[in-house]
Design a binder for this molecule. Structure first.
Ligand code: NAD
Ligand code: DAU
Length: 355
């Protein structure tokens, strides 16, 4: 067992474990970096991030001086830049979080989603082939499975559910998944893929439902709920997602897909009302607005595989996770006030102005 662990943790040349984490200035990537630096005192993390509108260097300010952390501003589509970085660092693993991640933006402008989510993934994997890698891990999403009907609570997404993406975002993620699995079959690249349900927690960009509701409620602004608010998502606290990725990286089987879910299905309107109640805000601010085009009805994950194989289960109950999240937004107003006072204002006007 000790030998096996050693083999996993250290590179062949005896160097320390180096992980390239792409998209680490975003929501889940940053939480993952914090989690890994804390859990593994001898790991080195190199964060590669283009710093799009969704990437925030301020999120990483607490670790910028950590000698085990390096930030590199780089587009994952920049082949020459990525190859140069691999040559310098010779990473042991790559965890690819970098993506355009917001469904509504993909409906407005699909092309950047295809570029980053598909082409960027290919560049990273080509670099892994060229320089060698112990593991390439692709952060995917439950949205690749399409959606489930509200009247069939017995149906859940398993890893065998056919890919049937609905939005430009989810189809770009599905295309990337297929490419990752093809690189495994064709080139024997040691890959793994995880498909997770909706995350929530600190550093979540306020274009997404939960942080948007918290921020708008705190600012006494209308809270936009698409359509009837009956759509269901399976919410998972971000730390539980990080734990699952860590397990897959170290113990998950190469070439496999693992579903990750919260066992916590909630309708959007219930989520919104819960947040209003916790903040002591009236429901009168809730505004039902024009629905999202092609809006997926329900997501629900069957995570039996990761539970049975790796012993993972979601540890944070929603009632606890949402309280921690709200508290974080109350204590970190600077972080989100800087965001919503910038380019975000134009985005908000465009998306919600005439809705
Ligand atoms: P996010 O939008 O908060 O962060 C994305 C990060 O990627 C940002 O820091 C951004 O600057 C960076 N980025 C974008 N394009 C890049 C490029 N071309 N090169 C380098 N960096 C680039 O996203 P998130 O919510 O943290 O999601 C991270 C990953 O997890 C995504 O792949 C997403 O598809 C997946 N995912 C998200 C959720 C969720 O609920 N948020 C659930 C399941 C899966
Ligand atoms: O399921 C995983 C996915 O979860 C990830 O792959 C995506 O990157 C992530 O953005 C998220 O996608 P969703 O579309 O489910 O998340 P979003 O927060 O945008 O919306 C959640 C639900 O809330 C959805 O049914 C749409 C609705 N909604 C959203 C916004 C922004 C509203 O009703 N009002 C809003 O203003």
């Amino acid at each position: 067992m000790a030998l096996l662990l050693k083999k996993i943790i250290y590179r062949k040349d005896g160097g320390v474990m180096k992980i390239i984490v792409t998209g680490g200035a975003g929501f889940i990537g940053s939480n993952f970096i914090f989690y890994m630096l804390k859990k593994y005192p001898d790991y080195e993390i190199i964060c590669v991030d283009k710093l799009t509108y969704a990437g925030n260097l301020s999120t990483l300010k607490g670790i910028m001086d950590n000698h085990r952390f390096r930030f590199v501003k780089l587009d994952i589509c920049d082949r020459a830049g990525i190859y140069q970085l691999f040559e310098e660092e010779l990473p042991s693993m790559v965890v690819n979080f970098a993506a355009e991640s917001h469904v509504d933006r993909s409906i407005e402008n699909p092309s950047v989603f295809l570029e980053t989510n598909i082409m960027g993934t290919a560049v990273l994997m080509d670099a892994c082939r060229k320089y060698g890698i112990q593991r390439y891990h692709q952060i995917s999403t439950d949205e690749v499975y399409g959606d489930l009907p509200l009247n069939r609570p017995d149906l859940l997404f398993t890893e065998e559910t056919p890919i049937q993406a609905s939005s430009p975002y989810s189809s770009s993620k599905a295309a990337a998944d297929l490419l990752v699995l093809a690189y495994h079959r064709t080139y024997e690249l040691p890959v793994s893929v995880s498909r997770c349900s909706n995350n929530y927690g600190p550093y979540h960009f306020p274009e997404k439902l939960i942080p948007l509701v918290i921020v708008n409620a705190l600012n006494d602004k209308p809270i936009p709920v698409y359509g009837t608010g009956e759509n269901v998502r399976d919410w998972l606290y971000v730390d539980d997602h990080c734990k699952a990725i860590d397990l897959i990286l170290h113990q998950g089987r190469v070439g496999e897909v693992y579903n990750i879910g919260g066992h916590n299905e909630m309708s959007n309107i219930d989520v919104v009302k819960t947040i209003c109640n916790r903040l002591g805000k009236s429901h009168s601010s809730i505004a039902y607005v024009t629905d999202r085009k092609g809006h997926d009805m329900r997501y629900a994950i069957d995570s039996t595989k990761i539970q049975n194989e790796l012993g993972w289960f979601p540890e944070t109950r929603f009632s606890e996770g949402i309280q921690k999240t709200i508290q974080w937004y109350l204590e970190n107003k600077d972080w989100w006030e800087t965001i919503i006072s910038g380019e975000y204002r134009n985005y908000y006007k465009k998306m919600y102005g005439d809705r």
